[in-house]
Write a protein that binds this ligand. Structure first.
Ligand SMILES: [Fe+2]
Length: 237
């Protein structure tokens, strides 16, 4: 599997049912640090930016295989079915999310679109041998907003762990200041005018095979060993 961020890749299924990347077709454009598909119909699943066993033992290949190959894929497949033949069929993913947020008659499209976007963002929020010290430019911003990297890390942990039920913990930029927020289910800070910098998935499918009910252990391990501060900085813009 490709180990580099995606730029111009297409997706195919290997014999184990997981998605692998091959150079070529569906052109992607970088939006901040996150690649996105330039053509929206049908939307394709960006490849993981690392091998499915690259986050082991913090996140096992088993968890990653199901999470990416089944859950993420299902959101995308559902979305493509829901938007076929509609006004959303040719929209980029981010526009579908924005256009359906808060609309009761578009909940299914929003949920699947936002979850498709959130998961791609989450994969890039992690990296093998992550954690540690943020790059200097981000560290300065963190210190200006939270006082210290440790204070930011603690707030990210406690806020994410405390999300009631399924959802996400986020580091975001709002009005030039870094903030930590949490969202329930598919909700994303994008639709509230915030710029996401990092995401941590706390749906049970993100950790249950490896940690069972120990969500705090999963979140702390992700922050200490996988979190991709360079990706956060790339999203500052
Ligand atoms: Fe997930």
């Amino acid at each position: 599997m490709n180990t580099e961020p995606l730029h111009g890749e297409s997706i195919s299924l290997n014999r184990r049912g997981f998605l692998i990347a091959s150079a070529g077709l569906a052109a992607t454009l970088a939006l901040g640090g996150l690649p996105r598909t330039a053509k929206a119909a049908p939307l394709t699943l960006p490849a993981l930016p690392y091998a499915e066993n690259a986050l082991d033992p913090v996140i096992s290949a088993n968890t990653l295989g199901f999470h990416y190959g089944k859950h993420h894929m299902a959101y995308l497949n559902n979305l493509n079915k829901l938007i076929a033949g509609t006004e959303f069929a040719d929209m980029p993913l981010e526009k579908i999310v924005a256009a359906t947020a808060g609309k009761p008659d578009k909940v299914a499209i929003f949920n699947n679109a936002a979850q498709t976007w959130n998961h791609t963002f989450y994969w890039h929020s992690l990296k093998p041998k992550g954690g540690g010290e943020p790059p200097a430019a981000l560290k300065q911003m963190i210190e200006a907003s939270f006082g210290s990297v440790d204070a930011c890390r603690k707030e990210l942990a406690t806020t994410t762990i405390s999300q009631f039920g399924s959802g996400w913990g986020w580091l975001v930029l709002e009005g030039g200041k870094l903030k930590v927020v949490k969202t329930g289910n598919a909700d994303t800070p994008m639709t509230a005018g915030m710029k996401p910098l990092l995401a941590i998935d706390v749906w049970e499918h993100a950790y249950y095979l490896d940690y069972q009910n120990r969500r705090a252990d999963y979140v702390n391990a992700v922050l200490d060993k996988l979190i991709n501060w360079e990706f956060a900085l790339s999203n500052v813009g």
